[in-house]
Design a protein around this ligand. Structure first.
Ligand code: SF4
Length: 102
């Protein structure tokens, strides 16, 4: 499994990846997404995580404090992307789950 240098400092490194990749975005899944986003808010590598997710078109899960629809919006409007907030185990697991890695 490949890890990026930034991912080693991820706040989600030891957390259950299901929190960041719920099966559904409704009901309990929605609650999981919101919990994941809260964890991302305090993550020291949030920005590189978000940059990676957008640059590689990650279509599933929470990355850098965003859900897929938020990332699509940011990708469509790059000026809206803020920098300066720092972006894991979850990232590494995300990569292994991403369609691009299959
Ligand atoms: S998904 Fe990204 S920003 Fe959120 S905790 Fe994991 S590495 Fe940090």
């Amino acid at each position: 499994m490949m890890m990026f240098d930034w991912s080693r400092a991820a706040a989600c490194l030891t957390l259950d990846p299901e929190l960041f990749f719920p099966i559904s975005t409704e009901g309990l899944g929605h609650e999981q997404v919101e919990r994941a986003k809260t964890i991302c808010q305090g993550c020291p590598v949030r920005q590189p995580c978000l940059d990676y997710a957008i640059s590689t078109g990650q279509a599933y899960g929470v990355w850098g404090g965003t859900d897929p629809s938020q990332r699509r919006a940011l990708a469509a409007n790059p000026a809206a992307r803020g920098h300066g907030q720092p972006g894991g185990r979850a990232a590494a697991r995300k990569r292994s789950r991403s369609p691009a890695s299959r």
